[in-house]
Ligand binder design. Sequence first.
Ligand code: SF4
Length: 243
Amino acid sequence: MTGCNIHSFETFGLVDGPGVRFVVFVQGCPMRCQFCHNPDTWSTKENQIFSAKEVFEKAIRYKPYWKDNGGITVSGGEPLLQIDFVTELFKLCKENGVNTCLDTAGGVFSKESKFFEKFKILMQYTDLIMLDIKEINNTRHEIITGMKNDHILEMAKTMDEMGKRMWIRHVLVPERSDYDEDLIKLREFISSLKNVEKVEVLPYHTLGRHKWDNLGIEYKLEGIDPPTKERVDNANRILSGNI
Ligand code: SF4
């Protein structure tokens, strides 16, 4: 049994995959997104440890609410940092007919054999992947997340080749990830994939702002407001291919 360092649980998640979902937020993330509303998930310091079986037993009590399309989502933080746990949990889910969704930003993805072998096994038990692509422009991606995006785009292509169902999400941040030329390139990239079922634009918001202060971390988006409705509509139009 692999223990997992967990940040928190949400019993009735409505925005983390299809239907009503039990959401497991794992602790630890290698990215440093300037807009992150959960910077308290970044640290890999031990918070609370649960085995996959314990998490499954906690979640399965909510099965009556999941109906046809709900189930369990593992989010974060970055779930792939604790890939052994996610695989164990999703295996249990599939043995019990539970829908599984992985919400990842792909920051730790690698085709290096040790990780990739584990990833391929995890994919056998994963019904849907929600992958964040924070910026298609590599320079801007590094500014907004602290990391280049090559391996994240490679992950999208790899999952597509595996035939995995994907939702792509893009957080729209004025002055960071809201440029028409980048949105058009992102659309082109998405269009090159065959298994993307949905593209979601997530408007930047400041609801987690206080957490940065509490943690004593400098907030780099000071003075930047959430995007206007026009810019959100514009991003939705471009990313849906309606330009
Ligand atoms: S990948 Fe997610 S959890 Fe990690 S820093 Fe970015 S927004 Fe926060």
